[in-house]
Design a protein. Structure first.
Lengths: 234, 234
């Protein structure tokens, strides 16, 4: 099966959660947004009104949006799913909680919403980020740390006994947070999550992808942005 | 099958999306948070660390959180699902987009995040709500209006040819927005969504529920809050 991914070309953003799964599995896919004229193709696809926002992933039969649902859809064919329907639902629940976390991370630099530039909301962003670092960041991280600790199949992955699309996404969120808020992240005690992220980078195909030029660097236009004025002191 | 719903007792909040499905289907359920000492029971359940936030719905075999996933889980047994796996995925995708919409609606009065009181962020909330009303509100509503118009099974419901959990949730979002931002909502042209919401209220069991004292009124502690200073002029 060959896939077509529609996402903006210049940011890792939410598209990267899908890319990590496709790359880890060695799946065949076209990254439409990064072809010549790709931004226009993505915009035209959105203008048809079937999907509210990218990423959108298509195979020959279906067109699917919303990161958590895309991953839920491809996890089994890509062999990145846990065994058992309860475990699959648990994976999806944690992925949806990760999506909520990602929304809150985005809002740290955009508390006035996505339609106002960061430069026009810097002071408010400082207040929002300060509350985020004090309360929400440790609460979310403790929850995921606890989920690894309490995984009945062992404390290697978030759900079940092998790596799933959820673990790849967890790695991406930790990487993004380390980029965006390095000082705040240095204060978090999350040994299980750190080990999990390291295991992800050691996977053969994923490691090769991370070292390749297909992997987009974090920058100042995505979810995870590094504004030193928003972070705490080192 | 009998269900147990865990949610805070004094707000409709996100729990109401689950209640509407259970009530419309005439399902047997215990609303744990509204029993004597219910808030404590909900808090104790959360302290076990399996779920990040309520609502949580349990049957005798499983405990599930995240509104969209709960509805995806119960839609088929409650006969509130469309036929076909593509349509089921489309339902879930639109429900996830509705969840994003709900998050943005909540953020209009809490742009500094959930850990700061409204009274301490009123001025920022005015800016956020103004941007929301100008751009995001019409964009989301147009998307859902278009989804009803383009439903290949007819323009009665969002997906498929009968009412699903998604349509019940759409009704709840429109009701909440009418309560929170009546003037901004009066300016929206959404005839298909208005007809859909009316059809929902005319359903036998759901209509009886809406007229009963089990239905919690919107108030100033939930997702949908009416602060006149945030709305536009009439």
């Amino acid at each position: 099966m060959s896939y077509r991914l529609y996402y903006w070309p210049s940011i890792p953003g939410r598209g990267e959660f899908v890319r990590l799964a496709l790359e880890d599995a060695g799946a065949e896919y076209m990254d439409i947004g990064r072809l010549s004229g790709g931004s226009n193709t993505v915009a035209e696809m959105l203008n048809r009104g079937e999907h509210f926002a990218p990423p959108v992933l298509e195979d020959d039969y279906e067109s699917v949006s919303q990161v958590a649902q895309i991953l839920y859809w491809i996890a089994i064919p890509l062999q990145l799913a846990p065994d058992g329907k309860h475990e699959l639902r648990r994976m999806h629940q944690l992925q949806l909680t990760l999506a909520d976390f990602v929304n809150e991370i985005h809002d740290t630099h955009h508390p006035l919403g996505p339609s106002v530039y960061y430069e026009d909301q810097t002071e408010v962003a400082k207040q929002r980020t300060s509350a985020f670092i004090a309360k929400r960041l440790p609460k979310f991280l403790r929850y995921f740390e606890h989920s690894v600790e309490c995984n009945p199949a062992g404390d290697y992955w978030l759900v079940g006994e092998r790596c799933t699309t959820l673990d790849l996404s967890m790695f991406q969120v930790l990487s993004g947070l380390d980029y965006a808020l390095p000082n705040a992240m240095a204060r978090q005690t999350i040994p299980q999550l750190r080990d999990l992220a390291k295991r992800v980078t050691q996977r053969r195909r994923l490691g090769a992808y991370l070292a390749s030029d297909r992997r987009l660097a974090f920058n100042q236009n995505g979810i995870f942005r590094h504004y030193p004025e928003l972070d705490v002191e080192a």
